[in-house]
Design a protein. Structure first.
Length: 219
């Protein structure tokens, strides 16, 4: 299993900069890695659909009101990107209707059926906190989470991250003249591992493609 130091040493090796034993060392390499590692890790998690970073959980309702939204929810502390806000599929309506799922709207009463992709929301800064405004109660969030445990990373993610770090470390550590070429080479390798990683992620999931509304109406 790769550790943070292992990934940093991979990056340093790509630009032939030696190795470190700890991120708390006082060497230039360790200081640069300690600064860059969490930033670039989060950037990669945020920008691409890595399945190991996918998370779904209920949103926490807040007391405060948000302009134009009936409900205000706490933005998860580990959330790097919101994919969608979804209804609670276990919240079966009080009428025991079985033809679809129905949810409580701010206007009152039961409305539905409502596909999860149609739930509107907005990320809002309220009282110095990031919140999510929504017009539906009892909702879940599907999001990309900050994953700090390297043992959960895929191999392509580790290699892509190491090359992205190498690209950012090249000039500060190797200098401008040598660093530019090393940076360019590392960015090329990063893009290759990133493409391969995303392809693998997409091959490990199955998603039903909804019929066109014209087909639905015809049926």
């Amino acid at each position: 299993m790769a550790s943070e130091v292992d990934i940093c040493n991979l990056a340093l090796g790509h630009i032939r900069a030696g190795t470190i034993n700890s991120l708390d060392e006082q060497s230039v390499q360790a200081r640069q890695c300690k600064t860059l590692y969490p930033l670039l890790r989060d950037q990669m998690l945020q920008d691409s659909p890595w399945q190991f970073a996918g998370s779904i959980k209920p949103l926490v309702l807040l007391v405060q009101d948000t302009f134009n939204w009936a409900y205000t929810y706490q933005y998860p502390s580990d959330c790097l990107r919101v994919n969608r806000v979804m209804p609670n599929y276990e919240a079966i309506n009080a009428d025991n209707r079985t033809s679809g799922l129905y949810y409580t709207h701010r206007a009152g009463g039961i409305v539905g059926p409502l596909p999860d992709a149609l739930i509107e929301y907005k990320v809002i800064l309220a009282s110095n906190n990031r919140t999510i405004g929504c017009n539906y109660s009892d909702v879940y969030i599907d999001y990309r989470a900050r994953v700090e445990n390297p043992s959960l990373f895929s191999l392509n993610f580790i290699m892509a991250l190491s090359h992205l770090m190498a690209a950012e470390l090249a000039v500060p550590i190797a200098g401008v003249e040598a660093g530019r070429g090393l940076r360019s080479d590392s960015m090329s390798m990063y893009k290759g591992y990133l493409s391969a990683g995303i392809a693998n992620e997409l091959n490990e999931q199955k998603k039903e493609i909804a019929d066109s509304e014209y087909i639905t109406i015809r049926n």
